[in-house]
Design a protein around this ligand. Structure first.
Ligand code: HAM
Length: 422
């Protein structure tokens, strides 16, 4: 038996309703905010991710699926969506058409992480990006959309945490304070942190190793180092979130695992997810587009982990789709006639199924029961000869003989909700 790849999951038919529901909610919630969908390839040149996410992040150092194609080009399965969307935005000069662009995407991402509950090697993200808008109103609009999305999905126990990472003007001062702080505690840090701290001290704050977390518990707060502009930006975000009645916590330890962020960063934390508790995350990346060779445009965005979302959702609220009708036919001629009726219902968009094998009525009814179809149409040789059909209501276990000619009118009069008048 050839099995699937560790950490890469099949989404089986029994689970798909939840995914369809989420995807429908994305469109329903995002479109009124002016977001348009963009679809980019799942493979990009490796350099794109190294330059945007950062050479000494866990993602780039350890987690990328990188390979050489047959021409020797180094390609990578995308570990996230922001870099690809920015690459596409720059390449197609989308800013000329829309100085402010609101884009979203839904699709698989790939990271070679150790699989566990809520952490996979292929996982799916719903991402949204606002490109070209420096105002803190964009930050709040994006967070409001994220908040509305969670409410629509029916998740109300995730906590929004926010922070500011400052800008290239004020970050160096914080960085230096952090390097000085860490330098005094080096012996307590893991190998990765000791190697990275000079170059990228923020990574130490993000380290998952227990002893590193303890060592940096009293590290200086980034919020004490913000320049006046970054301070005002962050205060406006906080004030407007409160005005919109969106609850949040400030977490000055949140640095995020990707290097492109500045100013506002945020995560939606769900404690019942266990160790992998961030169900969504994002932030501002004002220098990213320029650093990739594009125009000087600010940006802010988020990505929601779809698997983590499904783990949190109450899936019993999602109605399972089931066929409305089951056609049970007995005898060769009746099977052929029923097959035509089946095709006609399907043409009209009415969910209908039948068993082609001509099994006993009992076994066909059992199948209909399993499919939970509310109605069964029974066509035997006798009914066929009389140009009639039996309509069985599975809920009341009652049935009625109806002329084949008037079947559609009968169904429409009895169940107008399911069978609109033809
Ligand atoms: P991220 O924090 O790396 O950010 O990922 C966002 C979300 O994707 C996480 O909060 C989590 O729900 C989900 N996720 C990440 N890795 C895995 C995994 N191995 N298995 C399952 N779910 C996972 C980004 O990717 C940024 N691009 C977000 C962003 C958009 N920032 C600005 N715009």
């Amino acid at each position: 038996m050839i099995t699937g790849i560790k950490g890469m999951n099949d989404i089986l038919p029994a689970e798909i309703e939840a995914w369809h529901f989420i995807e429908a909610c994305v469109r329903e919630v995002f479109h009124p905010f002016g977001f348009k969908e963009i679809r980019v390839p799942v493979v990009e040149k490796t350099e794109l991710f190294c330059r945007s996410i950062g050479e000494d992040t866990d993602i780039v150092e350890k987690e990328m699926y990188t390979f050489a194609d047959k021409s020797g080009n180094s390609l990578t399965l995308r570990p996230e969506g922001t870099a690809s969307v920015m690459r596409s935005h720059i390449e197609h000069k989308l800013h000329i058409l829309n100085p402010v662009d609101r884009l979203y995407y839904v699709g698989p991402m790939f990271r070679y992480e150790r699989p566990q509950k809520g952490r996979y090697r292929q996982f799916h993200q719903i991402g949204a990006e606002i490109i070209g808008e420096p105002s803190p109103l964009a930050d709040v609009q994006l967070l409001n959309m994220l908040w509305r999305f969670f409410a629509r999905i029916g998740i109300n126990d995730a906590v929004l945490q926010i922070n500011s990472l400052g800008c290239p003007g004020c970050r160096p001062r914080y960085r230096q304070a952090l390097v000085d702080f860490i330098a005094e505690r080096l012996d307590r840090l893991c190998g990765d942190c000791r190697r990275r701290y000079q170059h990228n001290p923020l990574r130490v704050l993000d380290c998952k190793v227990e002893q590193c977390r303890d060592a940096v518990q009293a590290a200086p707060s980034v919020l004490d180092f913000l320049c006046p502009d970054c301070g005002t930006h962050f205060n406006t975000v906080r004030r407007l979130l409160s005005n919109l009645a969106i609850p949040f916590e400030v977490n000055n330890r949140m640095v995020r695992g990707l290097d492109y962020y500045c100013r506002t960063t945020f995560e939606m934390i769900a404690s019942r997810l266990g160790a992998q508790n961030a169900v969504a995350a994002g932030g501002r990346y004002d220098g990213l587009i320029e650093s990739l060779g594009g125009p000087t445009l600010p940006g802010i965005g988020f990505a929601i982990g779809m698997e983590r979302l499904t783990l949190m959702m109450d899936t019993t609220r999602i109605p399972a789709s089931r066929p409305l009708l089951f056609l049970a036919a007995l005898g060769e001629k009746a099977v052929e006639k029923a097959f035509l009726l089946l095709a006609d219902f399907q043409k009209q968009g009415i969910g209908a199924e039948m068993d082609f094998s001509g099994k006993s009525l009992k076994s066909q009814l059992r199948r209909a029961d399993k499919l939970q179809t509310p109605l069964v149409l029974i066509l035997g040789e006798d009914e066929l000869a009389a140009n009639q059909i039996q309509v069985r209501d599975m809920e009341t276990a009652t049935q009625e003989k109806v002329g084949l000619e008037s079947l559609r009118t009968f169904l429409a009069s009895r169940w107008p909700h399911h069978f609109p008048q033809a």
